[in-house]
Design a protein around this ligand. Structure first.
Ligand code: AMP
Length: 277
C-alpha cells in the first residue's frame, strides 16, 4: 500500500491502476469505511482511500478542531481492507493560497442542508477536487449519509464527471447504532441512549409496512419515540422525496426518512429508505 500526501504523488501513482475504486473519508476509520474499501477493491481490483478532514464542510461552531484522528491506526485498517493507495493531504495542499472556486449543489430543501448551511458546498467542492486528483473509475459512498449521496449523484450528473457511483449499506453496531467516527465522542450513558435512533427508524419502517403513507403520521411515529429519550435532543425528523429531497406533503410510496439528534455536543444522523427503490 502506497501512502502519499501530495497531488503530484497521486498523479505519479495513478497510472499503475487500470481501474481504481475510490473511497473519500475523513479518517478515524471504522467498519463502515472498511466495507466501502472492500467494495471498491472488489469492483475495480484496486482501491484508493483519501483521509482528509475537510475544513470547508465545517461551520465555525462545529467540531473541526476536535474531530477524532488516528492516522497510524487508519493506515493499518485501510491496508488490511485491501487499500492500494492512501492520500492524506494537508489543508494547504487542498486549499492553497488563492483558492476561490466552490461548487454549490443546490438541493436547498434537504433537511441536513438546512441544518448545516454551507456543509454540502464544502462536500461537493472537496469531492469534485478529489475526483480530479484520484481520477477514479468508481467512487463508493455510504447510505449512512443519505443526503450526501443525493448531492454527489447530482454533482456527477450535473458536471458530467466520468465516474460511476456505488452506494454501500449502512454498517451498524450490534445494537443497531450506525457506525460513525463521531460515536467516539459519546459518554457511556449517551452511547446507550443513542440506540433510540434505530428504534425510531425501525418503528417507522414497521408502520410503513403496515400501510401508513401519511408523511406527518410517519414523522410523528419517529418523534414520539425520540422524545422519550431525555439525553437526546431532536434536531430534525424529515420525510423527503428520494431524488429532490423536497419535504413530502402528501402520501408517497417511497421516501427518505432522515433524522438528526444531539447528545450533548455530539450530533448523530441516521436514515431509512421507506418503500421501493
Ligand atoms: P466520513 O469519514 O464520515 O466522511 O465518511 C466517509 C464515507 O464513509 C462516506 O461515504 C460515509 O457515508 C461512509 N460511512 C460513514 N459511516 C458509515 C457507515 N456506518 N456505514 C457505511 N458507510 C459509512
Amino acid at each position: 500500500m502506497q501512502v502519499v500526501s501530495t497531488i503530484a504523488e497521486v498523479r505519479a501513482a495513478r497510472p499503475a491502476f487500470a481501474q481504481l475504486g475510490f473511497v473519500p473519508t475523513m479518517g478515524f476509520l471504522h467498519e463502515g469505511h472498511l466495507s466501502l474499501i472492500r467494495r471498491a477493491k472488489a469492483a475495480c481490483g484496486a482501491a484508493a482511500v483519501s483521509i482528509f478532514v475537510n475544513p470547508t464542510q465545517f461551520a465555525p461552531h462545529e467540531d473541526l478542531a476536535r474531530y477524532p484522528r488516528n492516522l497510524p491506526r487508519d493506515l493499518e485498517l485501510a491496508e488490511a481492507a485491501g487499500a492500494d493507495l492512501v492520500f492524506t493531504p494537508t489543508p494547504e495542499e487542498m486549499y492553497p493560497p488563492g483558492f476561490s472556486t466552490f461548487i454549490d449543489p443546490g438541493l436547498a430543501h434537504g433537511a441536513e442542508n438546512a441544518a448545516r448551511p454551507g456543509h454540502f458546498r464544502g462536500v461537493a467542492t472537496v469531492v469534485a477536487k478529489l475526483f480530479g486528483i484520484m481520477q477514479p473509475t468508481l467512487a463508493v459512498f455510504g447510505q449512512k449519509d443519505a443526503e450526501q449521496c443525493v448531492v454527489i449523484r447530482k454533482l456527477v450528473r450535473d458536471l458530467d464527471l466520468p465516474v460511476t457511483l456505488d452506494i454501500a449499506p449502512t454498517a451498524r453496531e450490534a445494537d443497531g447504532l450506525a457506525m460513525s467516527s463521531r460515536n467516539s465522542y459519546l459518554t457511556p450513558d449517551q452511547r446507550a441512549a443513542a440506540v433510540v435512533l434505530i428504534r425510531a427508524l425501525r418503528a417507522a419502517e414497521a408502520v410503513f409496512a403496515g400501510g401508513e403513507r401519511d408523511p406527518e403520521a410517519l414523522r410523528r411515529t419517529v418523534l414520539d419515540i425520540l422524545v422519550q429519550e431525555p439525553l437526546g435532543e431532536v434536531d430534525y425528523v424529515a420525510l423527503a422525496d428520494l431524488n429532490s429531497l423536497e419535504p413530502l406533503t402528501a402520501p408517497a410510496e417511497a421516501a427518505l426518512l432522515s433524522l438528526a439528534v444531539r447528545f450533548g455536543h455530539t450530533r448523530l444522523i441516521d436514515n431509512a429508505i421507506l418503500g421501493a427503490i
